[in-house]
Design a protein around this ligand. Structure first.
Ligand SMILES: *[C@@H]1O[C@H](CO)[C@@H](O)[C@H](O)[C@H]1NC(C)=O
Length: 990
């Protein structure tokens, strides 16, 4: 029997640990209602089933305590049974309790309401407070003290005290063992220790908005309290109903019947309610539908796995409850389910960010351990439990110390500032880039470079392109990897198909894709373009016409929307790329004759077929955003991020040093960042998103990682839609002119402020609250603290107050930004755009609105933030050209991404925005108070100015309009070859 107990005990703790580890990241989360109903149903059958198959499992009271050595106790009203092995079964406690219908109904209602609370809380995790659920064991101990525990008089007390040690012992016994409150302190230690373990997550609070106008900042914590109360009710029911040695409670069999009935009844209630809601409340259908998001094999496995774990947990825990009691099991389960994620946190985070205070962390784990140990000691002293060998506790303690080791080995401060290091690295990286770029000056060298790099001859007309490049003193003539990467998969598609696909796309106006035709060296915009987008295509035509005379006849399909269009699933795109790579034949012939005939004219009547699907206004990350990632990547393996309240560590680690973006290109890779699904308007709820899983040759201005659009230089910049045009510095203007003249002053004379203005155009928030995750809103909210929410803390890297050579991450409350003397000026302009329902009002109250300003007013400020809108940000190039330093965060990347070096030409920022204050503090300096003490840190103006000037100079060399023309020219030569029926014979060679 003891073996069975131990087995069940281990299974119970193991499954609890597994669930604590797996559940938060599992896809099983997607269908909470289905999962719960299924798990409860399965368990309601498994419980009686296993109780039949293994009758011994739920008859624990027999001959268990035969060999313990109880202290001689004088019981007052508490019968501590010492069963005699010789006793016949008939003398075992008789359980006379009956399952009362009222209890059953109450239990079912409580479970149902509790599950609904769970669902609601998990939908608004950005508003939750630290889980107070961990106080459950303590509350249960309070109940136990009132209900069952009795004061005891201990015999030993009457013995004469022989020594000081004995005296102490006796006093301890008298004060700890005797009163009925004896278990309160150990239980409190466990609960409080668990609560302190949750502090580990403090430094990684997210910038996700918990709006106070909606009242959720108060309602959600209230729901958490209510959930705790309901849980207490449930645990008390378990407590009261479980079989006890004194004959109270139900018989084990009835107990099994009670709980399986509760479970099946809850499952039925939930299913019925679910069906009713599904039928009568269409707005809730999304999360009630079993097939949305689409169910695949992995999801099924995840659900089955969780159901199995849940059943195992229930069965083993029920057994253990009968053996060890509810209190002890609640203690163990709470400890395991808090400590496992806590230890994971300690093991996974290696750098000084997030800071893990070694002493406080160790202390909280030790509190849990000590609480559990003293609980057992008291039980042993009272004879309620076998005397387990002390070595077991010792082993456990050593094991815990080993597990806690990383918390001690981590430094809480850094000796160098990561930005210093990153700036240094960026210089080296750029020098290497320049070296790799070479300085080829002859056509033959460039052709050789091309052949080496791309394994085929350059396209026909390459000599003209080279001449063009030389005439415009282009710096970059060899490195066009973006073009190669973009076009590679299209090599696997026959030329005639590419031409047909282009025709199909532009022939159906619904697609929002329009064409430009190039005939006899002239680019013309297709007739039936939407009037609102006509300027854009005409701009593109102007750009093409600067070199169109050298191009063969062809058609192009341009994406009229900001959002990207083509996301090909991983297996398909890998296959296409492989195929494209192997098809690297090329020859020396020129363009085919009569290419024009290969392109069909736009039909008179609309063509109505399309491969695109309208996926606007919904979260598209899993269906489109991450389909290009390998199945082993985090975004595909564990796409679910359960909590909006904290930053996902494994999502930022691969591209960060501490809080800072260390690798700008890796930061664009969403494959390790499943949390991006809820952090960018494009994934959360795009405004115009017609998309395809099939590879189609669409030309777009920008795209996030994983999309397969073909990038081209945007007309937005080429046609000067936004332009860097500061007023001349006259030096005679007075203050009055301040608002009408916009000189770009030398860096030193600018205002020491981080500036951003913009609209809420990232995505559409039509009443479902998705604006809370959008980058623009998060930035504005974080900078202004219009309302402060429960999670309003930030972590900032500052010099150690006692030693300015070291830096330390400090966790501060939101309003401390102003106290430190950081001056952001960040606001939404005019009014809230792209909203619907309650979201318009909510946003108006939560984010900072100001009247519009002139774009040229930007140059007054030293630091300019640059954020994506619905697509790329057109302002970035003017920012780069200015004497200010651009801070940039971008999901959408453009044709020139590889030309720029982060930390040399601009300051990169993570989309989660958790490093903004640390970065600003580094450059702008700190002058204010922290924890009531004054703090001053020198601004790094020199470093900032170097970045401002380097970006300005480099943009003047490689991001000119000439460079846009050159990029597009080369792209179209390649596209011309791809769409030529003799593509494998075409090429240029000397
Ligand atoms: C970023 O990481 C990639 C590999 O993932 C590497 O090739 C590249 O050089 C890194 N860039 C920088 C700036 O370190």
């Amino acid at each position: 029997m003891a073996g069975l107990d131990t087995l069940c005990y281990c299974i119970s703790l193991l499954t609890a640990g597994c669930l604590a580890h797996l559940f938060p990241i599992s896809t099983a989360h997607d269908r909470p209602v289905h999962l719960i109903a299924l798990a409860l149903t399965a368990c309601s059958f498994a419980l009686p089933g296993i109780s039949k198959a293994l009758p011994r499992l739920f008859h624990p009271a027999e001959s268990r305590h035969e060999d313990y050595t109880a202290l001689p106790l004088d019981d007052l009203g508490y019968v501590n049974r010492k069963p005699d092995p010789a006793e016949t079964p008939s003398t075992h406690p008789r359980h006379n309790g009956k399952v009362r219908i009222s209890v059953l109904v109450a239990a079912v209602s409580v479970v149902c309401v509790r599950l609904e609370l769970y669902r609601r809380i998990s939908m608004a995790t950005e508003c939750t407070i630290d889980s107070i659920e961990v106080f459950l064991p303590f509350l249960l101990a309070v109940y136990d003290a009132v209900r069952s525990q009795r004061a005891r008089r201990l015999q030993e007390e009457e013995r004469p005290d022989s020594s000081a040690y004995d005296a102490l012992r006796a006093t301890l016994r008298a004060h700890v063992l005797r009163p009925r409150t004896r278990y309160l302190i150990p239980m409190f230690l466990v609960s409080y220790g668990c609560y302190r373990i949750l502090y580990l997550w403090d430094p990684v609070t997210s910038t996700y908005i918990c709006p106070l106008v909606t009242g959720e900042g108060r309602i959600v914590p209230a729901m958490q309290v209510a959930a705790l109360v309901l849980d207490l009710c449930l645990v008390i029911t378990v407590y009261e109903s479980s079989p006890k040695q004194d004959g109270k409670g139900l018989s084990p069999r009835r107990c099994v019947v009670l709980w399986s009935t509760v479970m099946i009844a809850t499952a039925i209630v939930w299913s019925v309610v679910g069906v009713i809601v599904y039928i009568y409340m269409p707005e809730h259908r999304a999360w009630l539908s079993l097939l949305e998001p689409p169910l695949n094999f992995g999801d099924l496995m995840a659900i089955t796995g969780h159901v199995l774990l849940f059943c195992l947990l229930c069965i083993s825990s029920l057994h253990c409850i009968m053996v060890y009691g509810v209190a002890e099991m609640s203690l163990h389960l709470t400890a395991v389910m808090t400590m496992i994620p806590g230890l994971e946190f300690i093991w996974l985070h290696k750098s000084p960010f997030p800071p893990i205070p070694a002493f406080a962390t160790t202390l909280s784990f030790f509190l849990v351990f000590f609480g559990r140990w003293s609980y057992h000691r008291i039980q042993q002293a009272l004879g309620e439990r076998d005397r387990s060998k002390p070595s077991r506790h010792m082993l456990l303690f050593i094991f815990l110390c080993v597990l806690l080791f990383p918390a001690w080995s981590k430094k809480s401060y850094v000796h160098f500032h990561p930005i210093d290091l990153l700036i240094y690295d960026a210089k080296i990286h750029h020098e290497e880039y320049l070296k790799a770029l070479g300085n080829t000056t002859s056509l033959s060298e460039t052709v050789t470079q091309y052949k080496q790099k791309y394994n085929r001859n350059p396209p026909p007309g390459f000599d003209v392109w080279f001449e063009y490049a030389k005439n415009r003193s282009a710096l970059i003539v060899d490195e066009f990897d973006q073009i190669y990467e973009d076009l590679l998969p299209f090599r696997a598609i026959p030329p005639a198909d590419l031409r047909r696909q282009t025709w199909e796309m532009v022939s159906n106006p619904w697609n929002e894709i329009s064409g430009i035709t190039i005939r006899s060296g002239k680019a013309l915009v297709q007739e039936n373009v939407l009037p609102t987008h006509r300027w854009m295509l005409e701009g593109v035509a102007v750009l093409i016409n600067s070199f169109a005379q050298y191009l063969p006849d062809m058609d192009l399909a341009f994406n009229l929307n900001d959002e990207s269009r083509v996301a090909v699933p991983y297996n398909d795109i890998t296959f296409l790329r492989e195929k494209g790579r192997s098809a690297d034949e090329s020859g020396r012939s020129g363009w085919s004759q009569d290419r024009a005939a290969g392109w069909l004219p736009i039909p008179e009547h609309e063509f109505t077929q399309t491969v695109f699907r309208d996926m606007s206004f919904r979260n598209t990350f899993r269906q489109y955003g991450s389909v290009g990632c390998s199945p082993s990547s985090l975004a595909r393996r564990a796409p679910h991020i359960s909590s909006h309240s904290h930053i996902c560590g494994s999502c930022v680690r691969p591209h960060s040093i501490g809080q800072f973006v260390a690798n700008w290109s890796d930061a664009a890779d969403v494959c390790h960042q499943p949390d991006m699904a809820d952090l960018h308007g494009f994934y959360l709820s795009p405004a115009a998103f017609k998309t395809s899983h099939q590879l189609m040759p669409v030309f777009s201005q920008s795209k996030p990682h994983g999309y397969n659009d073909i990038l081209y230089p945007s007309a937005w910049n080429y046609m000067d839609k936004v332009v860097y045009a500061p007023s001349e510095e006259k030096g005679t203007r007075g203050q009055d002119d301040y608002h009408s003249s916009f000189p770009d002053l030398p860096f030193e004379q600018k205002e020491n402020t981080l500036f951003w203005r913009g609209a809420t155009s990232e995505g559409v928030s039509s009443g479902n609250g998705v604006w809370r995750g959008m980058t623009r809103q998060r930035l504005v909210h974080m900078a202004n603290n219009i309302t402060t929410s429960s999670h309003d803390r930030f972590t900032i890297l500052l010099p150690n107050p006692s030693d300015h050579k070291k830096y330390k991450y400090q966790v501060l409350p939101g309003p401390a930004v102003k106290e430190l003397g950081l001056k952001p000026d960040i606001a939404i302009v005019d009014r809230i755009a792209r909203c619907g329902g309650v979201d318009c009002h909510d946003q108006e109250s939560e984010v900072h609105l100001v009247p519009p300003t002139d774009f040229q007013a930007h140059w007054r400020y030293r630091y300019l933030f640059d954020l994506d809108g619905a697509g790329f940000s057109g302002r970035f190039l003017p920012f780069l050209q200015s004497r200010s330093v651009p801070f940039k965060t971008a999901l959408f990347r453009e044709w020139y991404d590889s030309r720029l070096t982060a930390w040399l030409h601009f300051v990169p920022q993570d989309s989660r925005l958790h490093g903004v204050w640390s970065t600003l503090a580094y450059f702008a300096g700190v002058n204010g108070t922290m924890f009531g003490q004054s703090i001053w840190w020198k601004p790094h103006l020199r470093e900032a100015e170097i970045i401002a000037e380097a970006g300005r100079e480099w943009a003047g060399k490689v991001l000119r309009k000439d460079d846009m023309e050159l990029y597009f020219f080369r792209l179209l030569l390649e596209w011309g070859r791809l769409t030529d029926d003799r593509r494998d014979e075409l090429g240029f060679d000397l």
